[in-house]
Write a protein that binds this ligand. Structure first.
Ligand code: GAR
Length: 201
């Protein structure tokens, strides 16, 4: 059984979608070992506790990034986590954090990377005038929203969309994409081929 550590900063709807997939038996072979938020009042933490999951707030409290991250890494190790899922975790990881779990950290981002990294990706895409938007699940490396892509889902931009309606439709796809990506990674059926993550021959 692969043990997931899920990190988020706020609402936690992607975390809940993963938890729901596991509870519904749609994401086999894994369990949530711990959820961690850098915000003690993150709604996702309360939702995790309601489900009886280990839920920990680790706030930065003015500490340097590397120091804060070291506390998070220790917590993930205590819970014997195999795979880390950033799900709306709005802090860049320190190199020490990334190196502590090589190729074992995933992130979801609400754009078709490499377009529109950073904050408010859906708004950036809408304001740019794209006709196709979407989301990306990727391995985390030391650059922002950058590592090898596990999978992407596309969302057409409709004529009567505004940034909010588009964001909502992207979020629906995020909720499907993350569980699919986790299943792909824990299946052991995929391997790295340069910047590609491909099914093994
Ligand atoms: C999601 O849209 C996620 O893709 C985004 O934050 C939102 C969190 O929502 N992440 C990023 O922009 C990371 N660069 P949630 O808390 O409801 O899952």
């Amino acid at each position: 059984m692969k043990r997931l550590g899920i990190l988020f900063s706020g609402r936690g709807s992607n975390f809940l979608a993963i938890a729901d997939s596991i509870a519904a038996g749609k994401l086999l072979g894994c369990e949530i070992a711990v959820v961690i938020s850098n915000k003690a009042d993150a709604p996702g933490l309360a939702a995790a506790r309601d489900r009886g999951l280990a839920a920990v707030a680790i706030e930065a409290q003015g500490r340097k990034r590397a120091e804060h991250d070291a506390t998070i890494v220790a917590c993930l190790r205590e819970h014997h986590v195999d795979l880390i899922c950033l799900a709306g975790y709005m802090r860049l990881l320190s190199p020490e954090f990334v190196q502590a779990f090589p190729q074992r950290i995933l992130n979801i981002h609400p754009s078709l990377l490499p377009a529109f990294p950073g904050l408010d990706a859906q708004h950036q895409a809408f304001d740019y005038g794209v006709q196709v938007a979407g989301c990306t699940v990727h391995f985390v490396d030391e650059q922002l929203d950058h590592g090898v892509i596990v999978l992407q889902k596309t969302v057409p931009v409709l004529e009567d969309d505004d940034a909010q309606t588009l964001s909502a439709r992207i979020l629906e796809q995020e909720h499907l994409a993350y569980s699919e990506a986790i299943a792909r990674v824990i299946s052991g059926d995929y391997e790295f081929a340069g910047r590609r993550y491909v099914r093994k021959p």
